[in-house]
Design a protein. Structure first.
Length: 260
């Protein structure tokens, strides 16, 4: 499908999605969000895609936030709709992706950009990356999950400080806080993400999708993470991947998972 604001490229089992509005530092406008929704839905449906790497075009920005120009004159109702549509169409969609999504943070990840990276399962940052939630400086608050996911990732106290000061931190500081999993030289960013993917693709896609579900369940209102783990652990026993994984172990050979 042709997109105007993102680029998609499939390399073996990995789908690379690149936000492609470098002249606006890859700011998330409505059209970009809608294309991200379409690209992720297509990736979920495509059996050949086993992992997704999300990044921003150019060397300056991953995503510099929601498109400020687009929402500057919104009403209360439009603001609420912008947030709830974004949650449903992109941020929750990515968080609940059955396939691991890795954010390759290649520069500024501010506001909606950091929120996008936080919705991903794994974050790898370039040494040049800068991250923050500057919304209160615009008279608004993070609206794409930032108040919740930042606290989940780095703890309430540090999240509160980052949000109320609008501080922008560098990659080393983000690593120290546990906001990103790895920091690498800019030229090694995609290679590091691909190295992580190379481990993912030798494992059971079904088990991975159940694992993501269970980890997420512990952070969702009204869900019991332990109950989800018990249910999904049990469900694994009904899969071909489980038969293959255990048989391969007992036969002392590498498993060849079908993803069923
Ligand atoms: N929304 C809309 N446009 C944005 C944007 C955003 N979040 N972030 C950057 N842009 C646009 C700029 O308006 C500019 O467009 P123009 O060339 O048509 O004027 C272009 O991207 C380049 O940005 P610019 O501000 O000139 O680059 P810079 O190097 O001087 O500053 C930043 C970089 C990231 C510090 C600065 O762009 C910034 O503060 N962006 C907003 C960050 C933010 O508050 N995000 C949260 C939004 S909720």
């Amino acid at each position: 499908m042709p997109y105007e604001n993102i680029l998609t490229q499939q390399k073996n089992a990995t789908l690379h999605i690149t936000i492609n509005r470098a002249s606006k530092l890859n700011a998330l406008n409505k059209a970009t969000l809608s294309e991200l929704n379409a690209a992720f839905q297509a990736a979920f449906a495509d059996e050949e895609v086993r992992a997704i790497i999300l990044t921003g075009d150019g060397t300056k920005a991953f995503v510099a936030g929601a498109d400020i120009a687009e929402f500057a004159d919104f009403s209360v109702a439009q603001g609420a709709a912008l947030s709830s549509d974004g949650h449903a169409q992109v941020f929750n969609l990515i968080e609940n992706s059955p396939k691991p999504v890795i954010a390759a943070i290649n520069g500024f990840a501010l506001g909606g950009g950091l929120e996008l990276a936080m919705a991903c399962h794994i974050r790898v940052a370039s040494e040049t990356a800068k991250m923050g939630l500057p919304e209160v400086g615009l008279g608004v608050i993070p609206g794409y999950g930032g108040t919740q996911r930042l606290a989940q990732l780095i703890g309430k106290g540090r999240a509160m400080e980052m949000i109320v000061t609008a501080d922008i931190i560098n990659a080393a500081e983000a690593y120290r806080m546990g906001l990103v999993n790895h920091v690498v030289a800019p030229e090694n960013l995609l290679a590091k993400c691909e190295e992580i993917v190379s481990k993912i693709i030798t494992k059971s896609p079904v088990a991975i999708s159940y694992a993501i579900k269970s980890v997420n369940a512990g952070f969702e209102e009204g869900q019991n993470g332990y109950a989800s783990e018990i249910e999904n652990f049990g469900a694994c026993f009904g899969t071909k991947d489980f038969k293959e994984g255990t048989t391969a172990f007992l036969e002392k050979r590498k498993a060849n998972f079908s993803g069923n």
